[in-house]
Design a protein around this ligand. Structure first.
Ligand code: APR
Length: 313
């Protein structure tokens, strides 16, 4: 089997941790790219020197250019500015749009068949930028958000009930923002909906903590935002795609009529395998859930409209 290659653009917290997870899981060779001279080379070398101890043969290189990224199977985009305390994801919009546009152009040109996984925030809007800049079909532009949001919800549910996270599943739909839509009805412990296990007010508290999950970490760290859980989520997507697993994972996908939404990236259950997004699963939403989903999609639409009205930087 030919060696697989994943390029990670942005060698900051999320990018470097993603590179580590991919290499240490033996998923692929990794090319780490950053605009700061020495940073991707230094982190790449450090990760490579860990390989004999950890025990894997993935090759890891760092670069300030894109030559080494040529013919990647997957390109993960984490470059951009991270959220600071008091800063909303939307504040990052213009700055990160310029960064994502330029890195995606450079990477897509050298890897025209790659799957793009977008991580930079504001996530749903950055997915639009990546799709436009690459010209890739929707199957090959996917945003990482729902796995992270669901993982946070799963963590809080498992803690609340004192059970294993492994038996805890959760569903979060909608945009990766304050309007995300955690779905308690589809969130289960060993197949039992949490609505059968927890009182409504406790569920609501866990839902709220999930919504505020990113901000909670930003407030604690004081500089920068979450990266261990985001990197783990990206690695799960990479594994699903490279191993053609057909995993059902909540991701931001470009909807074309599903859930009554057209031409917009929103978080929905996706089937991920060879080639990227293989299918969007449509589930029936209750009246209240549908309203929340629509509100979330409207928030993404507003951001995308704002973005389109901005001068190209
Ligand atoms: N090309 C390549 N790399 C760039 C560019 C560029 N044009 N512009 C910025 N970068 C790099 C920075 O030099 C930095 O090393 O992106 C990296 C971002 O790393 P961090 O600041 O550590 O941010 P991180 O925590 O990794 O978050 C990255 O992911 O979760 C989201 O909201 C988060 O949008 C943010 C992104």
């Amino acid at each position: 089997m030919p060696r697989r290659k994943v390029s990670v653009i942005g060698a900051g917290n999320v990018g470097a941790t993603t590179a580590q997870r991919i290499a240490e899981a033996g998923l692929a060779d990794v090319v780490l790219v950053d605009i700061i001279e020495g940073l991707p080379q230094g982190k790449g070398l450090d990760l490579a020197e860990a390989a004999p101890v950890v025990g894997h043969d993935a090759r890891i290189v760092g670069s300030n250019g894109y030559e080494e990224t040529a013919n990647s199977d997957i390109v993960v985009v984490t470059s951009g500015l991270a959220r600071q305390p008091g800063m909303s994801r939307d504040d990052l919009l213009a700055k990160n749009a310029g960064i994502v546009r330029s890195v995606v152009r450079d990477a897509a040109r050298r890897s025209p068949d790659a799957v793009l996984i977008v991580v930079t925030n504001p996530l749903d809007a950055m997915c639009h930028v990546a799709k436009d800049a690459s010209g890739f079909p929707r199957e090959r532009v996917i945003g990482m958000a729902g796995i992270l949001d669901s993982a946070r919800f799963r963590t809080f549910i498992a803690w609340e009930l004192g059970v294993s996270v492994e038996d805890t599943h959760a569903f979060v739909l909608g945009g990766h923002g304050d309007t995300m839509v955690p779905l308690p009805r589809y969130s289960t412990v060993a197949g039992i909906p949490i609505t059968e296990l927890l009182p409504t007010e406790r569920i609501e508290a866990l839902v709220q903590r999930t919504r505020d999950g990113g901000a909670e970490i930003v407030a604690l760290l004081k500089s920068g935002s979450a990266y261990y859980a985001p990197a783990a989520a990206v690695a799960e997507m990479v594994d699903a795609i490279l191993h053609d697993r057909g995993r059902v994972l909540p991701c931001a996908a470009y909807l074309q009529g599903e859930y009554g939404v057209d031409g917009l990236f929103v978080g929905v259950p996706c089937v991920l395998g060879e080639g990227g997004l293989q299918r969007v699963l449509e589930i029936r939403l209750s009246g209240e859930e549908a309203v929340a989903f629509r509100k979330s999609a409207d928030a993404v639409r507003e951001l995308v409209d704002k973005l389109q009205a901005m001068p190209v930087v």
